[in-house]
Design a protein around this ligand. Structure first.
Ligand SMILES: Cc1cc2nc3c(=O)[nH]c(=O)nc-3n(C[C@H](O)[C@H](O)[C@H](O)COP(=O)(O)OP(=O)(O)OC[C@H]3O[C@@H](n4cnc5c(N)ncnc54)[C@H](O)[C@@H]3O)c2cc1C
Length: 230
């Protein structure tokens, strides 16, 4: 079944009413694939309820949760390293449907955007039945709340860099590393996300062998990836 709420409040209330049996439907690249975590669940269609553009507000950039990775990639107002991260999704067809909100909400360890947003000190605009709030992205990613994400707020003037390691452009990433100023972020397959003010954040993770590579390989990448910029 697909629910078609007409307001954000209605969507959030539906999700709260059926926490184990529903997921939000944004671009559908994950929800509508076989074997996704949405299988067997009802969908709450949020298309049309949230912004799908990048807007300037009070000196900040607000990226709507329904903004696709392709829109983000093409938007010249967005800092270059965040646009580059959106391009880690190698398929144009997927980039053109996959939303930034869906990407972050999935909390994947190979998330295209999580490390770059964390290095950018982005904040998340989230709505729950208790109301609206704005939280640092690293805090959101570390919790398991099922809030509706409305958008992401970033400083448009930040600079930074992001790097992805994977067997191919279309495989799961082994390591994604991003840095902006004194903020460092590492997404490591099997280990999760580490964010901090030192390039030594690699020491805080426990490394696992998995299909993206051995624990030693990923630990090596995580250790050396920031050295170039020191
Ligand atoms: C073959 C394949 C490979 C993939 N590889 C990767 C990869 O390497 N890295 C990666 O990061 N992703 C990958 N994905 C997953 C997915 O395509 C992306 O993460 C995408 O950005 C999800 O966005 P979407 O809008 O399509 O989400 P949807 O499929 O619409 O939704 C996915 C989930 O996110 C939640 N959600 C969506 N929007 C919101 C919102 N605004 N607020 C709260 N919750 C929300 C939903 O509840 C749902 O459970 C892959 C998918 C496929 C099919």
């Amino acid at each position: 079944m697909i629910y078609k709420p007409t307001t954000v409040r209605e969507a959030v209330a539906l999700r709260a009413e059926h926490p184990d049996d529903t997921v939000y439907l944004a671009g559908g690249t994950d929800d509508l694939r076989l074997g996704s975590c949405a299988e067997g669940k009802d969908l709450i269609d949020i298309n049309g309820l949230l912004s799908d553009t990048v807007e300037e507000k009070d000196g900040k950039l607000v990226i709507g949760a329904l903004c696709t990775l392709q829109t983000l990639r093409e938007c010249e107002k967005v800092p270059a390293f965040l646009r580059e991260a959106a391009g880690f999704c190698a398929s144009f067809v997927k980039r053109n449907s996959a939303t930034v909100g869906g990407n972050i909400a999935l909390r994947r360890q190979d998330s295209y955007m999580a490390a770059a947003f964390a290095a950018a000190n982005a904040t998340v605009l989230a709505t729950s039945p208790d109301g609206d709030r704005e939280v640092p992205i690293a805090k959101y990613l570390a919790c398991d709340c099922a809030c509706l994400l409305r958008g992401f707020v970033i400083d448009p003037s930040i600079t930074g860099r992001v790097k992805r390691f994977g067997n191919t452009a279309a495989s799961h990433a082994a390591v994604i590393a991003a840095q902006s100023g004194d903020t460092y972020a590492l997404s490591v397959s099997g280990s999760g996300l580490a964010v901090g003010s030192s390039p030594d954040i690699w020491k805080t993770l426990e490394y696992q062998d998995d299909l993206t590579g051995s624990a030693d390989y990923k630990k090596y990448l995580a250790k050396i990836v920031f050295e170039q910029g020191r």
